[in-house]
Ligand binder design. Structure first.
Ligand code: NAD
Ligand code: UDP
Ligand code: UDP
Length: 319
């Protein structure tokens, strides 16, 4: 009889949009998954389908407090990601990134677990280098309304690299660019969920500013594949590595695609641009291609169709 046990994987922020898809993937691969979340911006329903699975366990826990468990790998995703959520309680957002990183790094140090940090393209701020490469240090406002998130994530990266230099930890840092897909929250204020919900309800589509700002949108399945590949890299691969799609779209183009694919008659309205809103963003993903053999492959229209199908069921449920 084989005595080999399943790999024990801790996912923090597991009830969130990305975390829940990651749990699905890890369970499908045969891992033993410990899902941790305080349900601040991710609902339990995102994991309801895994309840009762023999290799799945869900724990309510806030990562700003210590956590003593025995695991082999840690994916640290805990942190509200949408501006509406992370600006709701900005002090808690910084604590989640910074104290959360310290606790998870302490846990990794004690257990010898590999640890992956979900960092963000926001570490580049409003970038003056385009597309953004990993060696660009960024252009971040330290005192603005986005700073709790941006600077929290920057400090978390610092902690990861100091734990590596000081304690030799096997760290992995990925900088995730805008990602979308099913299980985004309809009310989280992010552009893809906003536009789709507005289109499906026949409400006006709200473009902030003149709509010429750009983003690159990565479909969730592509992103999850990259996270798993990153965790499996040799110990000398630490990152930071950009993960995202290289297709670049203006918000006007995104609005046009969403109205066309939903068949919506919604009209476009223009509202004020939030402060510190980056004007251009697109990753240089050469490093991800070379190191992980990965690139985002789902075309925006395909990903949008799958996401729209998900939001249609949500809208139908409340009607
Ligand atoms: P999300 O808000 O859907 O998920 C984050 C999860 O973390 C939520 O379930 C929330 O309840 C949980 N959480 C928040 N504070 C916590 C705390 N103190 N203790 C325990 N759990 C806590 O966001 P997401 O889009 O799934 O993002 C996941 C991670 O990926 C985040 O760290 C985010 O910064 C990063 N990221 C996401 C994107 C994106 O486009 N989705 C882009 C860049 C980086
Ligand atoms: N920690 C944790 N789980 C563990 C080990 C540590 O949550 O299994 C927390 C602990 O509360 C500590 C933090 O991680 O504050 C950093 O741990 P480290 O060992 O690096 O530092 P120290 O204990 O010296 O503060
Ligand atoms: N945006 C918009 N209308 C909305 C929501 C967002 O025009 O209803 C814009 C927002 O100003 C930003 C872009 O879309 O320029 C992406 O916003 P999101 O909050 O999704 O992500 P981030 O700004 O963090 O990249």
């Amino acid at each position: 009889m084989s005595t080999q046990r399943a790999k024990r994987v801790l996912v923090t922020g597991a009830a969130g949009f990305l975390g829940s898809h990651l749990c699905d993937r890890l369970i499908a691969e045969g891992s033993d998954v410990l899902a941790v979340d305080n349900f601040f911006s991710g609902p339990k329903e995102n994991l309801a389908h895994l309840a009762g699975h023999p290799r799945f366990e869900l724990m309510r826990h806030d990562v700003t407090f210590p956590l003593y468990v025995e695991v082999d790998e840690i994916y640290n995703l805990a942190c509200p990601a949408s501006p509406v959520h992370y600006q709701h309680d900005p002090v808690q957002t910084t604590k989640t990134s910074v104290h959360g990183a310290i606790n998870m790094l302490g846990l990794a140090k004690r257990t010898g677990a590999r640890i992956l940090q979900a960092s963000t393209s926001e570490v580049y701020g409003d970038p003056s280098v385009h597309p953004q490469t990993e060696d660009y240090w960024g252009n971040v406002n330290p005192i603005g309304v986005r700073s709790c998130y941006d600077e929290g994530k920057r400090c978390a990266e610092t902690l990861f690299f100091d734990y590596r230099r000081q304690h030799g930890l096997p760290i992995k840092v990925v900088r995730i660019f805008n990602t979308y897909g099913p299980r985004m929250r309809p009310d989280d204020g992010r552009v893809v969920s906003n536009f789709i919900m507005q289109a499906l309800r026949g409400d006006d589509i709200t473009i902030y500013g003149d709509g010429s700002q750009t983003r690159s949108f990565c479909y969730v399945d592509d992103l999850i594949e990259a996270l798993v590949r990153m965790m499996a890299t040799p110990a000398d691969v630490t990152g930071p590595i950009n993960l995202g799609s290289t297709g670049e779209f203006t918000m006007l183009e995104l609005a046009a695609a969403v109205t066309e694919l939903t068949g919506s008659a919604s009209k476009i309205v223009f509202e004020d641009l939030p402060s510190d809103d980056p004007t251009q963003r697109k990753p240089d993903t050469t490093l991800a291609r070379n190191t992980l053999g990965w690139q985002a492959t789902t075309p925006l229209r395909d990903g949008l169709e799958r996401t729209i199908a998900y939001f249609r069921t949500l809208v139908a449920e409340v009607q």
